[in-house]
Design a protein around this ligand. Structure first.
Ligand SMILES: [Fe+2]
Length: 187
């Protein structure tokens, strides 16, 4: 299995805290997302818009917690996007993420993304990784090699925005198989 899902990694309160932080900073940290070669206002992301900005300490603390839990805290942050290796997205009705693979690091290291959905929308917005639908709910941590596996999210429906926090690390290739199968190590 190429995607590891850890159910209820964050509590409802922790998700709500992260949702409030994202929504309070929509005008500071976020800009339009890219979909089919055009910037769209139905999905906002911090990916390209965090130069000279930092997230709040609560966000950095969750990043630390995720990286330690997954066992990637000794590896580099995914420093090319967002800030401190963290990207946040808010997807509104009719927003989507077209199929893509994340970029590798400048030195060619694969990017292992460990993401937490902190708020779900009413319908749609289904995540597919490597051709398979991945069922994730608010609070679930899900990890995969985002630079290696094609992934996309179908069009969101409903008036509640979908909010996703993306953490992770660049993984030296010699460790790739280890982190791909982390779930069995934790068992
Ligand atoms: Fe991606």
């Amino acid at each position: 299995m190429n995607v590891k899902v850890y159910k209820n990694f964050l509590s409802n309160d922790e998700c709500q805290m992260l949702n409030n932080i994202a929504l309070a900073n929509t005008n500071n940290w976020f800009g339009f997302g890219l979909s089919h070669n055009a910037f769209i206002d139905t999905r906002l992301t911090t990916r390209l818009y965090m130069e000279n900005k930092t997230y709040t300490q609560e966000v950095l603390d969750v990043s630390k917690k995720v990286r330690a839990f997954v066992g990637v805290d000794k590896f580099p942050l995914i420093y090319d996007h967002g800030s401190n290796g963290v990207v946040v997205s808010i997807t509104y009705q009719n927003g989507d993420v077209p199929i893509h693979q994340d970029p590798k690091s400048a030195k060619g290291l694969p990017a292992y993304r460990c993401n937490i959905l902190t708020q779900t929308n009413e319908d749609g917005a289904e995540l597919y990784v490597d051709g398979k639908k991945i069922n994730v709910e608010a609070g679930d941590l899900h990890c995969y090699m985002a630079s290696e596996l094609p992934h996309f999210v179908t069009t969101a429906k409903g008036k509640t925005p979908r909010i996703m926090y993306m953490f992770g690390a660049y993984i030296p290739k010699e460790y790739w198989s280890k982190y791909e199968f982390k779930e069995t190590e934790l068992a």
